[in-house]
Design a protein around this ligand. Structure first.
Ligand SMILES: [Zn+2]
Length: 464
């Protein structure tokens, strides 16, 4: 009896299984209406975006693009000013809808917020941080061709998604000391001079530290400081890409090429200027511009390295052309499966401080800040990206006086430590630390699996 029951049960189970498999196969395949958020078909949603800044537009376009790519459904983009205020919507930035104003979450640093109310979903993030919100939203909820996602009603305050880095970006503010990065604090109305910025974006990054800058000559010039950041060797002033014995030493650019990565060296001054030169040539005298150019041309033609520059003239502090060139350079390299290395230098902070020109100092810090914002936006959409912001040295001994105005104490470089701001996988190594400039180069190399880069007789890469 027992045996029969068992047989019958098995038989019924097989029958049920066969039936269910068969019936699955018989079900009509529905191409449409397979993607739902909060119970509503994704095609019913509009993406309503705030028009406060371009980051919000690009975030809206990013979400639209990813929804199309993953589900095949085209969702409409609607300006907040043209929004009817009704219907299912993904709200990007502050809009007139109630949920937007209700959200207003406390976000520190790079945090962003997401909340939902039925078929309204709001994303909020300051300036470029909205990119991190957009990326998070599509990665978490728009997961494939078919899904039924629930965005919780309770406001979530979140951090950007970070992945193992294959792209490494080094941003150098030539001559930029701590006080330069605090300039906004000393202005009664920063918006008078800026494009809306009132903070140096480095301070939003999770990892912050300091860097010592001296060269073997004492107070460094940009040649020795650039060489330290590019090659991991302390050297004498005037030397470009050479160690103390005058021997050529490998730069991060050359190492990146060796490893099959894309590489770019970009500066707001002529490409033969000391900083870009240290990342792309080896000469005894920083003034040997024709030899520097010759070596750079060889790098460009043999290895496809991008070397830009020549923004020596100010037309405006909002330099769309530089921004465009930086994004174009990244665009050319980003398809490389091995990732890329890019050094970008704002050269004019140093120049303005040599001539004790406060207004130009502000303008060049602001221009640098705007590039930082674009690079961070890129890093949010491409989380395999590591970003480090620092300076080669301080120039001008800039300090506030007794009445809180900024004044120069010098027309020369100083030996003051400079700030380090870092973002991405591994950036925590820099947090709260004072490093030597050479350790930055060594640490970049060790991220790429090269542990013996630079002169490690005195200093080692971080994390080692
Ligand atoms: Zn200088």
């Amino acid at each position: 009896m027992k045996k029969i029951i068992s047989f019958t049960t098995t038989f019924v189970m097989i029958l049920l299984l066969t039936f269910s498999l068969f019936s699955c196969g018989e079900e009509p395949v529905t191409e449409k209406k397979s993607a739902f958020i909060n119970g509503e078909y994704i095609g019913s949603y509009d993406i309503v975006y705030s028009e406060e800044n371009d980051y919000e537009l690009r975030a809206a376009e990013y979400i639209q693009g990813k929804i199309k790519e993953r589900t095949g459904v085209k969702v409409d983009l609607v300006k907040a000013s043209e929004d009817g205020g009704e219907g299912a919507a993904i709200l990007v930035g502050e809009t007139a809808r109630e949920l937007s104003s209700a959200l207003d979450a406390e976000c520190a640093g790079l945090q962003f917020a997401i909340s939902a109310d039925g078929t309204e979903i709001a994303l909020e993030g300051e300036l470029f941080v909205i990119a991190a919100a957009a990326y998070y939203f599509v990665e978490t909820y728009v997961t494939g061709k078919s899904f039924s996602a629930i965005v919780p009603e309770e406001t979530a305050v979140l951090e950007p998604i970070v992945k193992e880095a294959k792209n490494h970006i080094l941003l150098i503010g030539d001559g930029m000391g701590y006080v330069h990065t605090r300039m906004f604090d000393y202005l009664a109305d920063p918006s008078e001079i800026s494009d809306g910025e009132d903070t140096f974006y480095g301070y939003m990054l999770p990892s912050q530290g300091s860097c010592r800058t001296s060269s073997l000559s004492g107070v460094t010039d940009s040649a020795a400081a650039g060489t330290a950041l590019a090659t991991g060797y302390k050297t004498y002033n005037e030397y470009i890409g050479l160690n103390k014995d005058g021997e050529s030493v490998k730069s991060l650019t050359e190492l990146a090429i060796e490893l099959g990565k894309g590489a770019a060296v970009i500066s707001t001054e002529t490409q033969t200027g000391a900083t870009p030169a240290t990342f792309s040539s080896h000469v005894v005298d920083r003034g040997s511009s024709s030899e520097i150019r010759k070596q750079q041309t060889a790098l460009i033609t043999e290895h496809g390295v991008i070397i830009d520059g020549n923004y020596s003239q100010y037309t405006s502090w909002i330099m769309k052309s530089i921004e465009g060139d930086v994004m174009e350079a990244i665009g050319k390299m980003e398809s490389d499966p091995d990732g890329f290395f890019m050094m970008y230098e704002e050269a004019h902070i140093d120049k303005a401080c040599h001539s004790n020109d406060l207004e130009r100092t502000y303008l060049s810090v602001i221009r640098f800040n705007q590039i930082i914002a674009r690079v961070m936006e890129y890093a949010f959409y491409n989380p395999e990206t590591f970003v480090l912001i620092t300076a080669d040295h301080e120039t001008g001994d800039l300090e506030p006086n007794a009445s809180g105005e900024l004044v120069y104490g010098s027309e020369e470089h100083t030996d003051k430590d400079v700030p380090v701001f870092a973002y991405g996988k591994g950036s925590e190594l820099f947090n709260g630390k004072t490093v030597e400039n050479v350790q930055i180069a060594m640490t970049f190399a060790s991220f790429w699996g090269v542990s013996d880069f630079g002169d490690q007789s005195e200093f080692a890469p971080l994390g080692k």
